[in-house]
Design a protein around this ligand. Structure first.
Ligand code: UDP
Length: 241
């Protein structure tokens, strides 16, 4: 499915992937497992990896807005949540001996570099894992859109959307609700949009389509899966292109 020629990718990790089975907050064992997966492909396959982290394990702007908050303010809280996850992931990666940099779209000079495209590319060239926090820095988006946008900016070959909780790709319907749902090995961007398939938010799908960026949706919480995707294993996940 994936291609071995993908030697620079953006990995999108949703906040919930950090939470493990507890569903909220940061689970150290889970983050360590994710970090080990990243270190394996960085060090053994020499793939450049930029990780875009979500924040839904801590806060989602949509939930705050649903409870009556100002949407833009609630989204700003969500962007800060992504920074917390980024620092957690950075700590574990560095404990494993992997050099990293965190760049944030929301400026926080004491904590992270600002996102600067050329600098991000330079870090990748030097073998560092770049963790991108703060989403786009603008409300009314999710972190799917910066995953797609940053991939285009840093000339990544694909967006790898890591899912969790056992969903190993894109299904014809929600497999938790519809027992007849089947997993798709490959699907087009237009199919995803027209059929409302659960991949990434539609803004990011459109962006990937316009910029010919393939997406692989796969279960990142299964050990070895990230490497299998980058090894070109067609049995893992769903390719959207
Ligand atoms: N967010 C935002 N702008 C962005 C990215 C994220 O306002 O560019 C906010 C938004 O409130 C979102 C929250 O940050 O709900 C957490 O991001 P996301 O929902 O993408 O996290 P994930 O679902 O990946 O854990």
């Amino acid at each position: 499915m994936a291609e071995q020629s993908w030697n620079r990718v953006v990995l999108k990790l949703s906040g919930e992937a950090f939470a493990g089975s507890q569903g909220y907050g940061i689970d150290g064992t889970t983050v360590r497992m994710l970090a080990e997966e990243i270190v394996d492909v960085r060090q053994n396959l020499e793939v450049d990896i930029a990780v875009v982290v979500g924040g839904g394990n801590i806060w989602r702007g949509q939930v705050g807005a649903g409870a009556g908050m100002d949407r833009a303010q609630a989204d700003q809280m969500g962007m800060l949540a992504t920074v917390i996850n980024a620092l957690g992931l950075q700590d574990v990666l560095e404990q494993l001996g992997q050099p990293t940099r965190v760049q944030s779209a929301v400026h926080m000079a004491q904590i992270a570099e600002p996102y600067i495209r050329r600098r991000a590319i330079r870090h990748l060239e030097k073998g560092r894992v770049v963790i991108l926090a703060g989403g786009l820095g603008s409300p009314f988006f999710t972190t799917d859109t910066p995953a797609a946008l940053r991939a285009a900016e840093i000339e990544a070959h694909a967006v790898l959307k890591g899912t969790h909780s056992g969903i190993d790709g894109v299904y014809t319907a929600d497999p938790k609700v519809d027992a007849s749902a089947t997993k798709l090995d490959q699907v087009t961007y237009m199919d995803v949009l027209n059929r409302g398939l659960n991949v990434m938010d539609p803004t990011s799908i459109t962006f990937c389509m316009d910029n010919s960026l393939p997406i692989v949706v796969f279960d990142v919480t299964t050990p070895g899966n990230l490497r299998r995707v980058l090894d070109g294993d067609r049995g893992v996940g769903t390719l959207v292109r």
